[in-house]
Design a protein around this ligand. Sequence first.
Ligand SMILES: [Fe+2]
Length: 220
Amino acid sequence: MTDVQTERDVVDVLMTDHHEVEAIFVELESRQGTPEHRRQLADVVIAELVRHAVAEEVHVYPAARKALPDGDKLAEHEIAEHSDAERTMKELESVDPSDPRFDELLATLTATIRHHVRDEENDLFPRLRAACAREELVELAGKGGGGEEVGADPAAPGRAGPPAGEQAARPGRRPGRPDPRRAQRPAHLDAGAAREVLTTGRGGHAPGTGGVAAAVCQGV
Ligand SMILES: [Fe+2]
């Protein structure tokens, strides 16, 4: 039986995703490492963001629509931002890191996601916790509102929620090297799959789900 007092809820899990992605952005912004390494990091962050967006669009925003009086407006705002990020990621995935456009797109994506994180952590998440029963938010975490249940290594970076700045200095992880534990994502969440999502395009946004989810989450 789940102990709802000690289990992480969906907000805990999604905030850990935010920390993990921020750590990769910081590493990319350092402009260290070979072009191949930076390509790998970009692919990882794209895969992480696609997975995160699907989790939010399928499990979290519907909960917000139900629980919050302005939930529909909030959800549509966040989904629109996911779409902005997706367009940037689609372009980023085909630009060589030696091309100046790579850093321009990366800066755009980083700004979009940092805005998304501020929106959610300062507004949506606290309001969701205030409006929803803890049991419901813990259950959402187990349904796919986060990373663990999709096969991520529980010891992977960010899973224990350390600040982003500590992740780059994690023992055993050499600066400038991609963390091989990130490669343990299941196939539908890895960088290749993310690239496929971004290159195959997407349909319109159905009410209640978003574009990223609409593109990839059939059966989730
Ligand atoms: Fe988020």
